[in-house]
Design a binder for this molecule. Structure first.
Ligand code: 3H9
Length: 699
């Protein structure tokens, strides 16, 4: 298939890359560009060359689908060097996004013309690699090391205007892009070659202190990641070495990154993020309902946060409370949130007022009658939820979508309590709802397809990662959290200190350990939940010590003490000897001889519990794909993205090993909580992975 075609415009050859959807640099494109360059170099009828793209974008990078396959010549770095070495001027005509290898191709051209809406970037770091076709050597030369390192480490998309200031783009045109590029090419004929790689960097300002500062500034957000440090080393090489040597160093470091398991994990997440909105039975043709106004019931932290998502994208919200005071308080919190953003310079005072203008407060259900979607965020009991849905059934217009923000309750039961169950589903936001990206979209037994399709689209519109889950206790995320928390808590009663458990999981890559997380969420929440469950339904050994703390008033961070203690105005958890006393007493009560537990054992138990529950969820059809579970855990629970989510992590261990470990735990800790998921057993015995399962079942 020809993906690079040539058309002559006078004495300028215009090469058009046409490789939908994003003109990635698949083998045919690399080969097409290389062959064309060879032919055009020797073609007396051609004075200059333009590289342009068909469709929605300039080249968006190397073809990620080819990663892992045996490399095929010509390699991109060679193609890029070949373009730069051309004696005839080469001009890139950029629209859409010139990303990764796409920008590297553009940087090897001698001029770059773009449309105003174009963007450039080197997002390789998000895929666990680094720009491997000269990007780390050429961008610092043309844009300066500081801009280059910012672009390479953040992977952000830089607007054409900013790129113009950096010198990466030579001209922004509001006319026809290809014509403008041809004009630039014609003007360049006869001038000496203008090669990015030949620009000299004045390295004086970019010594060791500069790079030490860079390392320090990104240390927190890059904790545990392999590629960022190698990106920095590449730019150091650009500053200190001639181009050829810098390119060699870039190649070595690129290979190191490509071989590291993080690259595979991050590339898995790239596709997982895109797969998640593909819902069996839902197509582009599935009708959608119009959402012009949203109603929210409950103006508490959750309700207010949920409402902000809609206001932020220009959808007006009616927010209902039972008492004026609660309503005023809720709207006051929303205003404060916006004002905080304004204080940081993210919003103007005028924008704050505009956003607040999207809110209408009410105490009457009747005022929700013009809403197209109503989400309740009230107290978490079935009785109250049913009462609310009864009211909604009475006032909502026909066709309105009715959603519950419940974290655990049975949406089928809620739906069945209305006269319109097909219009009901769960929309489970995570706290703080205006910040957290995850949204679980809970499909009830008879939720209508158009209701689901509308909510999947809506999730994107409000910039959330929407994952469809089936009805079960805790859906995907919280259901998995429960055995994970149980194992963490058991480790404490068996001999580990809370801070040791937290450190083990923090060092694994979680943003915080489960003990700190409990304190932040409120230790009393789990306590109340357990009170409602009955002792026969949970592992009392794991939680009796926690419950004793709650009974002593240690409800967590909000009261300054929980599993840890907190100094006034300080959120740093401090180990507390009082807590250790309770733990030791409870261990003794249970006849447990406390023993130190190695960090690896803590991590292993927590991870095996998480994976096993994930496999149960998948086997029961409560998640469509293993990769959807990964999306939930990475976006909602801070599971390290570089490990690819719990299910991909399980694949890296090997499901046979995971299954064997769970059987070992069954032997050691008893069968009650260690029943392997039937799907896990099946896959392990067949020598398959969760990725195989996804390929075979969900496409
Ligand atoms: C690189 O360049 C390495 C080099 O430095 C060195 C080499 C030696 N390859 O996101 P969308 C697919 S690394 C293959 O929904 P949007 C994507 O999977 C690369 N496929 O659209 C999806 O497929 P499907 C550096 C790709 O409009 C479809 O295109 N570049 C690639 O929201 C549409 O994607 C990047 O990391 C690819 N490179 O956003 C850029 N890119 O329909 C990654 C996309 O089957 N891409 N697909 O699900 C993006 O950031 C966005 O896709 C883009 C469009 C902004 C371009």
């Amino acid at each position: 298939m020809t993906t690079v075609s040539k058309a002559m415009h006078g004495r300028v050859a215009v090469l058009t890359v046409d490789n939908p959807p994003v003109n990635a640099l698949s083998h045919s494109v690399r080969e097409g560009l290389a062959n064309q360059m060879t032919a055009l170099a020797g073609d007396d009828g051609v004075d200059a060359i333009v590289i342009a793209c068909a469709g929605r974008t300039f080249i968006a990078g190397a073809d990620i689908r080819e990663f892992g396959a045996p490399p095929k010549e010509p390699h991109l770095p060679d193609v890029v060097n070949q373009i730069e070495a051309m004696e005839k001027p080469v001009v890139a005509a950029i629209h859409g996004t010139a990303l990764g290898g796409g920008l590297e191709v553009a940087l090897s051209c001698h001029y770059r013309v773009a449309v105003e809406s174009a963007k450039i970037g080197l997002p390789e770091v998000h895929l666990g690699i680094l720009p491997g076709a000269g990007g780390t050597q050429r961008l610092p030369r043309i844009a300066g090391p500081a801009n280059a390192i910012d672009a390479i480490l953040s992977g952000r998309h830089v607007k054409a205007r900013e790129a113009l200031k950096w010198g990466v783009i030579d001209e922004i045109t509001d006319g026809d892009l290809v014509e403008a590029a041809i004009a630039t090419a014609e003007k360049a004929v006869g001038k000496p070659p203008r090669r990015t790689g030949e620009i000299e960097i004045d390295g004086d300002a970019f010594g060791p202190e500069f790079f030490a500062g860079v390392r320090k500034s990104v240390a927190k957000q890059t904790r545990g990641y392999f590629a960022p440090e190698r990106c920095i080393q590449c730019v150091e090489a650009a500053v200190s070495l001639p181009l050829a040597e810098g390119l060699k160093r870039e190649r070595e470091l690129f290979q190191e990154c490509a071989k590291n398991p993080q690259a595979k994990a991050l590339q898995h997440m790239f596709f997982a993020d895109r797969q998640v909105s593909r819902i069996p039975g839902i197509t582009k043709e599935t009708p959608r309902r119009d959402i012009k106004r949203v109603g929210i019931i409950g103006a508490g932290t959750m309700g207010g946060g949920i409402a902000m998502n809609f206001a932020n994208v220009g959808i007006p919200v009616t927010i209902l409370e039972v008492q004026q005071e609660a309503l005023d308080r809720g709207l006051g919190v929303v205003r404060k949130n916006y004002e905080r953003s304004a204080a940081k310079g993210k919003l103007t005072a005028e924008q704050v007022e505009g956003l607040m203008g999207q809110f209408t407060g009410t105490l009457s259900y009747d005022d929700l009658s013009d809403c197209d979607l109503i989400i309740e965020a009230v107290f978490e009991t079935m009785e109250i939820k049913k009462k609310v849905f009864g009211e909604l059934d009475r006032v909502a217009k026909p066709g309105a979508i009715l959603a519950s923000n419940t974290s655990y309750l049975d949406i089928d039961e809620i739906a069945a309590s209305t006269s319109r169950p097909a219009d009901v589903l769960g929309l489970h936001f995570f706290s703080p709802a205006n910040v957290m990206r995850l949204l679980e979209i809970v499909r009830a037994e008879i939720t209508a397809d158009d209701v689901l399709a509308t909510c999947v689209d809506l999730a994107k519109a409000i910039r959330k990662v929407g994952v469809v889950a089936g009805v079960c206790h805790g859906f995907i995320g919280n259901r998995m959290l429960s055995p994970y928390g149980r194992e963490a808590s058991l480790a404490v009663i068996e001999g580990a200190k809370p801070e040791e458990v937290d450190a083990a999981l923090y060092n694994f890559g979680m943003p915080m350990g489960p003990m700190t997380m409990s304190d932040m969420a409120g230790v009393d929440i789990g306590y109340l939940n357990r009170q409602g469950m009955g002792r026969e339904n949970y592992e009392t050994k794991a939680y009796d010590w926690v419950d004793r703390l709650v009974e002593q008033g240690r409800k967590g961070l909000k009261v300054g003490k929980g599993i840890y203690r907190y100094a006034e105005g300080d959120r740093t958890p401090q180990p507390d000897p009082e807590v250790m006393k309770v733990i030791e007493e409870e261990s003794a009560k249970l006849g447990i001889e406390r023993k130190p537990i190695p960090a690896e054992d803590i991590v292993e138990r927590c991870m095996m519990a998480l994976i096993n529950e994930g496999a149960k969820i998948l086997g029961e059809g409560k998640a469509y794909r293993a990769s959807d579970i990964d999306v939930v855990y990475v976006n909602g629970y801070g599971f390290p993205r570089y490990r690819g989510g719990p299910m991909h992590y399980a694949d890296t261990i090997g499901l046979k090993n995971v299954y064997a470990k769970i059987m070992e735990f069954q032997e050691k800790f008893g069968p009650r909580w260690w029943q392997p998921a039937p799907l896990l057993k099946e896959l392990a015995e067949a020598g398959k992975s969760f990725a195989d399962y996804d390929r075979e079942n969900a496409g």
